[in-house]
Ligand binder design. Structure first.
Ligand code: TMP
Length: 203
């Protein structure tokens, strides 16, 4: 496993991915290990502008426009990722798998197009490892209800999120050695421990 890997946190709304990513950041800071953290959509000034546009509750873009906007946001992150690739650990809150899970499995956009543009944007950079966080329907709804601000993508029905989560699981199954599935319905302390143990093996 390469040192200074790209590590991605994926999962549907309420799956705990951002919580675990933040925990990993604290862990690395305490150990004085340098890293960068990026979120998608967003991550820098231009990409955050695109994020606002996509997730604004008043937006009603069609699914292809959404795809292109998510990819446009990614495109704005690529130079930062390239600059740090293999020099620092790169942690990403959602990345290419989210596009496949949401736009293809969730919304039915053509997979080939998504793969082609992702390949074009990444230009040879590889994701080394992904923590895929999963959640059951009841817990997802409970956690979404607790959020003060809901964005446009927080408002699909649970059938949609179920499709997206199954999509994530299908992606992970194809490349088992590069994924760890974290079941957020089980004990959170145990999950944190599992993630840190794995992290220590891959950094
Ligand atoms: P967040 O809530 O994790 O910040 O993500 C915002 C939403 O964007 C989330 O519902 C997933 C969605 N999304 C896509 O649909 N496609 C993508 O490529 C990415 C990165 C996010």
């Amino acid at each position: 496993m390469s040192k200074k890997p790209i590590i991605v946190f994926e999962g549907i709304e309420g799956s705990g991915k951002s919580y675990h990513l933040n925990h990993v950041c604290k862990y690395l800071k305490n150990k004085r290990i340098s890293f960068i953290k990026v979120r998608e959509p967003g991550g820098n000034i231009n990409a955050e502008k695109i994020r606002k546009l996509i997730l604004d509750k008043k937006s009603n873009f069609n699914k292809n426009t959404d795809l292109l906007l998510y990819l446009a946001s990614r495109s704005e992150n690529i130079s930062l990722l390239r600059k740090n690739y293999k020099k620092k650990i790169i942690l990403i809150d959602r990345f290419t798998d989210s596009t496949i899970a949401y736009q293809h499995f969730g919304l039915g956009v053509n997979l080939k197009i998504i793969n082609q543009i992702n390949k074009f944007l990444l230009g040879g950079m590889n994701i080394n490892f992904t923590f895929l966080n999963i959640v059951n329907k009841n817990n997802m709804i409970k956690r979404l209800n607790k959020r003060k601000k809901l964005n446009r993508y927080d408002k699909f029905n649970s059938i949609f999120y179920d499709r997206v989560q199954k999509g994530f699981l299908r992606i992970a199954k194809k490349n088992k050695s590069k994924y760890l599935i974290i079941d957020s319905n089980s004990d959170i302390k145990m999950n944190k421990k599992k993630i840190i143990e794995k992290l220590n093996k891959i950094i």
